[in-house]
Write a protein that binds this ligand. Structure first.
Ligand code: NAD
Ligand code: GLY
Length: 355
């Protein structure tokens, strides 16, 4: 089993990565008075039911939510908290988040507010959640007005990654996860980017040792960033590369057309072109990133999907300062720069590649 550590004083925890970890999970957890396993319908059928059967405890309860981004809201949090109270969960109980990023974000937020905060662990089952959302303690839900508007920084007590769960993940969600994987190469580790380039087919074919190495390296990078800047005062912003355009694209299409990862992939494509246009990266490196994004197999065309209304959504981005839009753009290999642009400047640049 691969083990990484997030050193954050009293909030330190470990990330465990292995095949078939789910079967061993109950024995790996610190004891709690009782547990709520929060999951979605799909993941409950695939993994939750058998996890509860193996656990053989009447102190473990499943709370099953509908799948998808629509469930990531305050109504769900209220319902989950009510169910937890009815089930008798106390301050000494724990939450186990079993699922993708939506479940991790909702369950983590519930843990941070239920009885003013109880322990929780992340058991991510999508690639995106295994390499990104389960690590680092960002939790939260959406409002009708915007994504991840209500939330908290609340670290889990452990992250348990069973790479075997990716075998049932639909390819669309595998590609979504690849967006965040490629992001780490772009923002932090050029050597990792070239490794991804040579192993992309193996990843898409779920080759075990490659998948495990990819997940390990992504978690290692995320751990380094989070330890250096837990609450996104500085360095952690680099994790938002591709997200300014990505989040705007999700919002402009009512969160229905693109998964988060797909929107980030499109966002990284557009933001790489912006970086080249601004002279932050050379043409060769730009082509290298765009080609890697292309290799994921996601098909899109910037001129047909994007337009000026995206910039309206970007004006509401949480990272903005002084009415200027914040972009985290690639700058050289394995590095980024934050670039602040006015609405007019941003659109002037983006319209060169968008319709
Ligand atoms: P998701 O949680 O919606 O999962 C995608 C789909 O895959 C769901 O339908 C789910 O039922 C299904 N699924 C999950 N595991 C499966 C498996 N092993 N086999 C088959 N099906 C499976 O989407 P996601 O891409 O995992 O997460 C996206 C969310 O994560 C967004 O809300 C995004 O904002 C959030 N996010 C949070 C952070 C963070 O730091 N907290 C970082 C990145 C993204
Ligand atoms: N996914 C961005 C972050 O964790 O900061």
């Amino acid at each position: 089993m691969e083990t990484l550590h997030i050193e954050l004083d009293k909030r330190s925890y470990a990330i465990y990565i292995d095949r078939n970890l789910l079967a061993r999970l109950p024995g790996l957890l610190d004891p709690a008075e009782s547990w709520a396993v929060i999951t979605d319908e799909e993941v409950y059928g695939l993994y939750g039911k058998s996890l509860l059967e193996n656990w053989r405890s009447d102190k473990v309860h499943a709370i099953v939510l509908p799948g998808g981004e629509e469930a990531k809201n305050l109504q769900t949090v209220g319902k989950v908290a009510g169910q937890m109270l009815d089930l008798g969960l106390t301050r000494r109980s724990g939450i186990l988040a079993l699922g993708g990023g939506v479940i991790g974000d909702v369950a983590g937020f519930c843990a941070s507010v239920y009885m003013r905060g109880i322990r929780y662990v992340q058991v991510p089952t999508t690639l995106l959640a295994q390499v990104d959302s389960s690590v680092g303690g960002k939790t939260g839900v959406n409002l009708a007005q915007g994504k991840n508007i209500v939330g908290s920084f609340y670290q889990p007590q452990g992250v348990f990654i069973d790479t075997q769960t990716l075998r049932t993940l639909p390819r669309r969600h595998l590609i979504s996860g690849l967006a965040e994987v490629i992001k780490y190469g772009v923002i932090y580790d050029y050597e990792f980017l070239t490794y991804l380039d040579s192993r992309l087919t193996d990843i898409l074919n779920l080759k075990d040792d490659v998948l495990k190495e990819v997940i390990r390296r992504c978690c290692e990078i995320k751990a380094e960033v989070v330890v250096a800047d837990e609450k996104e005062q500085g360095l952690r912003k680099i994790l938002n590369c591709g997200h300014t355009v990505g989040h705007a694209l999700e919002a402009a299409t009512d969160y229905r057309e693109y998964t988060h990862g797909e929107a980030v992939l499109v966002g990284m494509y557009a933001e790489t072109l912006m970086a080249e246009e601004l002279g932050l990266i050379d043409q060769r490196y730009c082509t290298e990133i765009l080609a890697l994004i292309g290799k994921t197999g996601m098909e899109f065309s910037l001129d047909s999907i994007l337009g000026e209304k995206l910039v309206d959504h970007m004006m509401k981005d949480k990272k903005n300062r002084d009415s200027r839009i914040s972009f985290i753009l690639p700058r050289g290999r394995g590095e980024t720069a934050e670039v602040l642009l006015t609405r007019q400047e941003a659109w002037g640049l983006l319209r060169k590649f968008m319709g």
